[in-house]
Design a protein around this ligand. Sequence first.
Ligand SMILES: Nc1ncnc2c1ncn2[C@@H]1O[C@H](COP(=O)(O)OP(=O)(O)O)[C@@H](O)[C@H]1O
Ligand SMILES: [Mg+2]
Length: 208
Amino acid sequence: MRTFMVANPKGGCGKSTVAVHLASWFARSDEVVYLGDLDRQQSSRQWLELRPPSLPRIRHWNLSGGEVTQPPGDCSLAILDTPAGLHGKPLKKMLSEVDRVVVPVSPSRFDMLASSEFFEELAEIKAVRKEKVGIAIVGMRVDQRTLSSQQLVEFLQQFDLPLVSCIRSAQRYVQAIDTGTTLFDTHGTAAKEIDQWRPLLDWLVSRR
Ligand SMILES: Nc1ncnc2c1ncn2[C@@H]1O[C@H](COP(=O)(O)OP(=O)(O)O)[C@@H](O)[C@H]1O
Ligand SMILES: [Mg+2]
C-alpha cells in the first residue's frame, strides 16, 4: 500500500485537479484506489460523487474528521487531497503517513513566494530530511516554451526539488472536473495534454 499526497498551502494552485487526475490514472490499472479529501471545501469528494459509474472505479476514503486515518484494508493506493493553509503540526503528521508528495506550483510571483515558505518548512521536517518521503513539483498552468516556465525552473533551483512535469493551461481541465472525469478518461482525444503528465506518473511509480 502506498500513499501519495498533493499539497501546497496556496489555494487555487491545482491540488484537487492533480489529486483527481492521479486517482483516475491509477484506477485504470490494477490498483484499488482510494481518494481522501482533507479540505473542508471537499472539491475532490464532490468530483467523486459526479463520477460516472462506467469509468474506472475510485473509492472514497472518508476523512471527514480532518485527520489521516488508516485507509480501508483493500486499498492498494491512497491519494490525499489537502487544504490550503496546511502547515505546522498537521503537515508534519500527514508527512509521516505518506510515501510521496506532489506539489503543484503556478508560475506566478505570488504562488512562488507562498511556495517558498512551504519548501523551507518541508526541508525542516524529519521525514523529508531522512528522505522517507519523496517530493516532486508540478508546474500547473505552465507552458514550457514561455518565460514564466523558465522563471519557475530558476526559482526551484534554490530548493533542490525536481520539477517533474509542466501541465499547460487548458479549458478541458475545468470542463472535465465538472463531469466527474479527467483528461485520462477521454479515450485518447487529449494525447498532448496526457503526455505532459507522464514524467510525474513515472516518478510516482519509480523506486527513486
Ligand atoms: N492546467 C489547468 N488549466 C486550466 N485550469 C486549471 C488547470 N489546473 C487547475 N485549473 C483550474 O483552476 C482552479 C483551481 O484549481 P484546484 O485544483 O481547485 O486548486 P486547489 O485545489 O489547489 O485550490 C479550478 O477551477 C481548476 O479547474
Ligand atoms: Mg482543492
